[in-house]
Design a protein around this ligand. Structure first.
Ligand SMILES: [Zn+2]
Length: 282
């Protein structure tokens, strides 16, 4: 009898082990890794597609070292491309620190000029080091045979710096990720009028502010997963309850750097997996 009980227990254990293994291995092979680096109130996103490495924004000036440390931890040696979505300090503040620490082969910038000292320092450094510098204009860059990065916005020149953000759509097989900088409603409308914005993963615009992520835009993107880069207890009240409500009403899973720390999304051509630095609420 004891032996039968033992065999039964073993069978249960074996079954449990098998189920855990399958649920822990949801993607066939990750072709693209998206890292939303926790830089507090600001934004910095690392894309790794095989050997190709792209960084989009670099957080505030005092977060430059955080970004450098994060990249070093991921074994990044150089950047194939640095994209600056727009010249606000919470996006380009840390850029000079990154440029000082890593060889950057090319920069794509919104071309929007800003008079802040941070922006002038960034431009001066690029000029001194002679780093190839392009203005965003519908570039299409093959990161590897399966992953293509397309610059799809801004679709025109806006007076508003946020609306003029560089918009990046990266396709991986049947899936895509849409990275929207701090674009707001007017630019969202123009973008969806001329582009297919449908994407599995949406990096929510402007840190979840209510001035972005309109219902119509979300209906066009139809994301399964939303990523928000936002600082804990920030003075702007980001993310807004309006944006969180719209995302919830559309059944989108939401991950936020203020709650989850740095967020990593591993994408295959058909599926994805999310890994976070910490569990929300811990
Ligand atoms: Zn911002």
């Amino acid at each position: 009898m004891a032996r039968i009980k033992f065999m039964f227990a073993m069978a249960v254990v074996l079954l449990l082990v098998l189920t855990t293994c399958t649920s822990k291995n949801p993607i066939e092979e990750s072709k693209l890794i998206i890292h939303v680096i926790d830089v507090g109130q600001g934004e910095s996103i690392l894309l790794q597609a095989g050997e190709s490495v792209v960084l989009i924004d670099a957080g505030e000036r005092n977060k430059g070292q955080t970004v450098v440390d994060y990249l070093t931890k991921q074994n990044v040696k150089q950047l194939d491309l640095f994209i600056s979505t727009h010249p606000h300090s919470d996006h380009i503040g840390g850029a000079t620190e990154v440029l000082k620490n890593f060889e950057v082969k090319q920069i794509i910038d919104s071309g929007k000029v800003h008079t802040s000292q941070t922006y002038i320092n960034y431009l001066t450094y690029i000029d001194e080091k002679n780093i190839p510098f392009d203005i965003a204009a519908n570039q299409s860059i093959k990161l590897n045979p399966d992953v293509v990065l397309n610059i799809i916005g801004p679709t025109k020149e806006y007076a508003d710096i946020n609306d003029n953000s560089v918009i990046v759509k990266v396709t991986v097989g049947k899936q895509a990720v849409l990275l929207t900088g701090d674009m707001e409603e007017a630019a969202e409308r123009d973008l969806m009028a001329v582009n297919n914005v449908a994407s599995t993963v949406l990096k929510v615009g402007h840190h979840g502010s209510k001035t972005s992520t309109s219902k119509d835009f979300l209906a066009a993107v139809k994301p399964k997963l939303a990523l928000i880069s936002v600082g804990q207890d920030n003075s702007y009240g980001h993310p807004s309850s309006e944006t969180l409500d719209i995302l919830q009403s559309m059944g989108v899973a939401v991950y936020r750097t203020d709650l989850h720390g740095s967020i990593k999304v591993l994408m295959g051509s058909q599926d994805y997996e999310v890994v976070t630095e910490k569990q929300a609420g811990k």
